[in-house]
Design a protein. Structure first.
Length: 377
């Protein structure tokens, strides 16, 4: 009695006898004697080659068989090697260390082997590689925007400054970390710290500092946090500038404070790679009682100025009247004209008819005005 076994074109058979691998069965029909089959405890494992990648616990044993080696493409990688496997022109696997096997048919296979000591991974089909299932296991990907610079560290040592674009590196070559530095102009709001002026007035000052990172390497390695360090240095510079000035000087020229703080801060910031663009005092906040005193002082100053202006105007008016009186005394005709102008103003709007006789017209009019005033009274 025979047992019939058929292996299709996309299949292979692994024949075992007494648990040991004996040979590879290629596509075809096999007639196996049933007594031989049972007596020798033989068995056949059918493998689908369409799966391409072949995994088996006895792979190391198969790799030593000449027939199996001809049917399989074996990729053997050391700890420092990685490989890309292409199937019919499309990337299919990213492999790590170890032994990997693939059926040579029915697909065309191509293998690219890389040494990870080169660290940086570059490929013309990078997008396709990065979407592979094992890409995150074997690769670091760093995306850098136009306004950023990324500092790449390997085992704590700065190895590269990464500019705009995408950068990919192999994993397994030490401890790899990176730090992103924003190189756009930024604002630091140094909020209200209490400072005593030279004349012992305590006030709160808010400061605005505009800055940008000029040297990302220094900013990330010289200090632990460049933004926090800049904030602290701005506080110290502001305290020193305000403490040497009396309150009146401070209020009269706030810009001078900003310029002094900027000079001191710019020199210190340059040591850790930061460029200070501008510094300005945003607010000067006085205590409540000091506000009241200043308001009283300002009110008194304005009142004194008003009184001074009033006296100056009164003096000017008296001087003008004296000059007019002297001029009228020296010129009788001018005095008479002035008198007539005054009478005209007095009689303006009065509806009356006057018949005047001979004599001084002005004297007659004055007499009429006096009489009219007595009649009204």
């Amino acid at each position: 009695m025979f047992w019939k076994l058929r292996i299709n074109k996309h299949e292979r058979g692994l024949l075992f006898r007494y648990g040991d691998f004996e040979r590879l069965l290629t596509p075809g029909v096999y007639r196996l004697w049933s007594r031989f089959w049972s007596r020798n405890r033989a068995r056949v494992e059918i493998v689908d080659t369409l799966a391409t990648r072949f995994t088996h616990k006895l792979l190391d044993l198969f790799a030593n068989d000449e027939q199996v080696r001809d049917a399989l493409k074996v990729v053997d990688l050391t700890d420092k090697q990685r490989a890309l496997v292409w199937r019919d022109g499309r990337v299919a696997w990213l492999l790590g260390p170890g032994r990997h096997a693939f059926w040579r048919s029915p697909y065309n296979l191509h293998v690219e082997v890389y040494n990870i000591n080169d660290f940086r991974f570059e490929h013309q089909h990078l997008d396709a590689v990065l979407v592979l299932p094992d890409a995150d296991k074997w690769l670091h990907g760093v995306q850098v925007d136009a306004h950023e610079q990324v500092l790449l560290f390997r085992d704590g040592r700065l190895v590269e400054k990464l500019g705009e674009g995408r950068h990919v590196f192999w994993k397994g070559v030490g401890r790899v970390t990176w730090k992103t530095v924003d190189q756009r102009e930024q604002l630091a709001d140094v909020a209200g710290q209490e400072i005593m002026t030279r004349d012992k007035v305590t006030l709160r000052v808010n400061l605005l500092v505009a800055y940008r990172v000029a040297d990302a390497g220094k900013a990330a390695t010289v200090v632990s946090d460049y933004a926090q360090t800049l904030y602290r240095e701005a506080q110290l510079a502001l305290r020193a500038a305000v403490g040497t000035r009396p309150l009146d000087t401070l209020l009269a020229d706030k810009e001078a404070i900003g310029n002094e703080v900027r000079g001191v801060l710019a020199r210190r910031a340059a040591e850790f790679g930061v460029e200070v663009k501008s510094v300005g005092l945003r607010d000067i906040i006085l205590p409540g009682e000091m506000k009241l005193i200043l308001n009283q002082v300002i009110t008194a100053e304005k009142q004194a100025q008003a009184n001074l202006i009033k006296r100056r105007e009164e003096t000017a008016a008296a001087r003008s009247q004296a000059n007019t009186a002297r001029l009228l005394a020296e010129n009788p005709t001018l005095a008479r004209i002035k008198e007539l102008e005054s009478l005209q103003e007095i009689l303006a709007g009065v509806k009356a008819t006057f018949v005047l006789g001979s004599g001084d017209i002005a004297e007659q009019v004055r007499g009429l005005v006096r009489k009219d005033a007595l009649d009204s009274g």
